[in-house]
Design a protein around this ligand. Structure first.
Ligand SMILES: [Zn+2]
Length: 374
C-alpha cells in the first residue's frame, strides 16, 4: 500500500468541515454521499438505509448476494457538536496531530476503513463477504439504527468497530453497558401561602427518587447511577406539579442492570408522596460488552497480526458504550478501537495522532487477511 498522509488528510477534511451532529440530517446526508461514492468507486454495492428522524445510514457490501457476512465493520457518521462548530473550528493539523469536530470520533475511522479495503489483498477480498455499516445516530445511543444494525449483525461472524484506538494505542475489548431514563413526576399545584396542604409536590417526590437512585449505585461491581439533569417547578410560591430528572446508568453486569431496571419500574408504582404519579421512560439502552471465548480468539488473531507488523497490541475496558455493545450482546465476537489513535472525544481538544494512521490501516487490513485465511 502506498500511503500518502497528505492525501489522507485532504480526503478527511470535507468529512470534518461539515456540521453533522446527531439529527443534523442535512450534514449527515452530505457525509453519507461522500462515503457512498468512495465505495461505489470500488465497485461495492451501496444501500441507503432510512433511519427515520436520524436521517441516512449506509450499508455497503462487496458481495451483496451472499447471505452470510464474514466481517461486519461499523462506524458512525454523526458527531456530538452543534451547528456552527465546523465553521468555528475547521480541521487543522500540525506535525503530530489533526484537530476538528469528529476528527477521531470518528471520521478518521470511517476513512481508514475505506483505505484498508481499497488495497486489501485481492485473495482476501475474494474470500470474504464484508459489510460496512455507517449509522447516523451513535452519539445518542443508536436509537434509530439499532434494529437495522442488529438485523445485519445477526448474519455476521465477526464485528470490528472502527472507533479510535485509545490515547495509549490500546484497542477496546470491553465496554460498560448504559441506559438512560427520563423520569417525570406529576403532582398537584397549590398556592404555597394559602393552601400548601392541598398541593402534591412533584419536586419532593423527585428528591426521594434521587436518593433512592443514588442508593442503587455499587462502585464495587461498577453499576452506577447518576441523576444528571433536573428540572421542574414554576415559582417559589407554588407547590410544584411537575419535575423531571434524567438518569444515566452504567454497568458491567447485564443481570445487575436488569435488577436496577426492575426496581425503577417498581418504584413508579409506589410514590413516596401520596398523589404524585411517575412515568419512567427509557430513552436509551446498550448492554455491556464483555469478551466471550470467541472474542478472545479474535483478540489473539489481532495480537498475532500486531506482532507481525511490530505494533504492540494492548487492550482496555472502558466505561463508554459504542455500537460494539449492540453486536456483542448477540454473541458475535466484537472488537472495537480499530481506527487510528485519538483522544479528547466530545470536546474542542479532540485530536487524531497522525503517525498512527498508516499503521492502524495496515493492522485492520492484516486482521481481515487473517480472518480470510482461517
Ligand atoms: Zn464515536
Amino acid at each position: 500500500m502506498s500511503f500518502s498522509l497528505n492525501d489522507y488528510l485532504e480526503e478527511l477534511r470535507p468529512l470534518i468541515n461539515i456540521d453533522c451532529g446527531t439529527l443534523t440530517v442535512d450534514g449527515i446526508d452530505v457525509v453519507a454521499t461522500i462515503m457512498a461514492q468512495k465505495y461505489l468507486d470500488l465497485g461495492w454495492n451501496v444501500k441507503r438505509v432510512d433511519c427515520g428522524i436520524a436521517g441516512t445510514g449506509l450499508e455497503v457490501r462487496n458481495k451483496p448476494q451472499a447471505e452470510h457476512i464474514d466481517v461486519m465493520l461499523i462506524g458512525h457518521m454523526d458527531t456530538v457538536f452543534p451547528v456552527g462548530t465546523a465553521a468555528a473550528r475547521p480541521m487543522t493539523h500540525d506535525n503530530e496531530r489533526a484537530y476538528g469536530p469528529g476528527v477521531s470520533d470518528m471520521k478518521s475511522g470511517l476513512l481508514s476503513v475505506v483505505y484498508a479495503l481499497r488495497d486489501l489483498d485481492p485473495a482476501a477480498l475474494e474470500a470474504l463477504s464484508i459489510c460496512v455499516c455507517m449509522n447516523p445516530d451513535e452519539e445518542i445511543g443508536s436509537l434509530h439504527s439499532e434494529e437495522w444494525l442488529k438485523s445485519v449483525a445477526i448474519n455476521a461472524k465477526h464485528v470490528l468497530v472502527a472507533e479510535a484506538a485509545r490515547a495509549d494505542g490500546s484497542l477496546v475489548k470491553a465496554r460498560k453497558g448504559m441506559a438512560r431514563y427520563c423520569l417525570s413526576f406529576h403532582g398537584k399545584a397549590a398556592h404555597a401561602g394559602n393552601e400548601p396542604q392541598n398541593g402534591r409536590s412533584a419536586i419532593t417526590e423527585m428528591a426521594h427518587w434521587i436518593l433512592a437512585i443514588n442508593a442503587m449505585t455499587d462502585f464495587e461491581s461498577g453499576t452506577t447511577l447518576n441523576a444528571g439533569v433536573v428540572s421542574g417547578g414554576a415559582g417559589a410560591n407554588i407547590v410544584p406539579d411537575f419535575a423531571q430528572v434524567v438518569v444515566d446508568v452504567r454497568f458491567w453486569d447485564n443481570d445487575e442492570y436488569a435488577a436496577v431496571d426492575a426496581k425503577i419500574r417498581a418504584l413508579t408504582e409506589t410514590p413516596f408522596v401520596d398523589g404524585v404519579t411517575i412515568t419512567a421512560e427509557r430513552e436509551a439502552h446498550k448492554p455491556s460488552m464483555v469478551p466471550s471465548p470467541q472474542t478472545e480468539v479474535l483478540m489473539a488473531q489481532v495480537e498475532a497480526v500486531g506482532k507481525e507488523l511490530g505494533i504492540d497490541i494492548t487492550w482496555q475496558a472502558v466505561g463508554g458504550g459504542s455500537d460494539a455493545n449492540l453486536t456483542a450482546v448477540l454473541g458475535i465476537p466484537t472488537l472495537d478501537g480499530l481506527g487510528p489513535v485519538g483522544a479528547g472525544f466530545h470536546s474542542a481538544d479532540e485530536w487524531l495522532d497522525l503517525a498512527s494512521i498508516e499503521p492502524r490501516i495496515r493492522l485492520l487490513q492484516q486482521v481481515l487477511v487473517k480472518i480470510a485465511h482461517q
